[in-house]
Design a protein around this ligand. Structure first.
Ligand code: GUN
Length: 287
């Protein structure tokens, strides 16, 4: 029987523990963690994420500050906002939702966030410290993948982990986490220019898909009894759904399920973990 790795259960546990921790901090030190979220434009997926982040904050006792700006906002206005939030003592974490609308310099804006408030772990200082194995804020989605593996006691020591995707948000930081001495994995990163992809994916003890291509991974690419982690969240047309679309992962779940020893579903897998890790980082950002 294939084990279903339920990210919702793991994230609910993390959030419940955080809620207690936040209540204790409030009682003992009168401290309340604060998270500022900046959303520029109206990208539908980003709007949903931001709404979820605000909801979770409210549920566990994090104060949330939301800044919704129109897509044509001048870069200077965002720079001024980030600088103001860097100095606001009520704000412990700052998140700039990406992707940004065209014309805004994402790299520059993310670098302006105080690394001590960079709960997304996107600032070059945090990324560098992650690679060096030093204390830092870890990017939330890959951190969530590691937490799922930890929760289900899936060994990574000496295992061959093959990651599909080299994004700055998932693939690269995930590889950096897995090669550290607490996880001890051997990592291969594959991307759009990788040759003989299937030969590599078939070697994976743990296969992680983070490429944003719906249903890309099929059973012929998977070694028997591999662990399969699906980071993809893709909207595909579905006339039977009242929304007109459904959410699928990067893995062809039904096809891969019988071959894998464990697999994350979409939805209900890694997606639920990202916000739980954001909340974790925000609480850790308290002085
Ligand atoms: N866009 C997609 N995922 C994320 C995330 O984890 N953080 C931010 N800031 N933007 C995102």
């Amino acid at each position: 029987m294939t084990k279903i790795l339920n990210g919702k259960i793991v994230s609910d546990q993390i959030l419940a523990a955080l809620k207690k921790e936040i209540a204790t901090k409030k009682q003992k030190n009168n401290q309340v963690p604060g998270l500022a979220v900046i959303l520029v434009g109206e990208d539908p997926a980003s709007t949903v994420y931001v709404r979820m982040k605000k909801k979770r904050c409210g549920e566990i006792g994090i104060q949330s500050f939301e800044y919704k700006l129109p897509a044509d906002t001048k870069e200077q206005k965002i720079i001024d906002l980030i600088k103001k939030l860097n100095h606001d003592p009520e704000v412990h974490g700052i998140l700039l939702q990406v992707p940004l609308p065209p014309g805004l310099n994402e790299e520059k804006l993310l670098s302006l966030i105080d690394p001590a408030k960079d709960v997304d772990g996107f600032h070059p200082i945090n990324v560098g410290n992650l690679l060096l194995g030093r204390a830092c804020f870890k990017s939330c989605t890959p951190y969530g993948v590691c937490k799922i593996l930890e929760h289900y006691q899936i060994p990574t020591k000496g295992k061959h982990v093959v990651i599909l995707g080299r994004s700055n948000i998932v693939g690269k930081p995930l590889a950096a986490m897995l090669i550290q001495k607490d996880m001890n994995a051997t990592v291969t990163i594959c991307h759009s220019q990788t040759q003989n992809l299937k030969d590599l994916t078939k070697q994976a003890d743990i296969l992680i898909a983070a490429i944003g291509k719906p249903l890309f991974v099929t059973s012929d690419m998977v070694k028997k009894n591999a662990i399969v982690i699906d980071v993809g969240i893709n909207r595909v047309e579905d006339k039977n759904d009242p929304r007109g679309y459904k959410i699928v992962g990067d893995v062809d779940y039904d096809n891969v399920l019988p071959k894998a020893s464990a697999i994350t579903p979409v939805p209900g897998g890694v997606g639920a973990m990202t916000i739980a890790m954001l909340m974790t980082n925000t609480v850790r950002a308290l002085p």
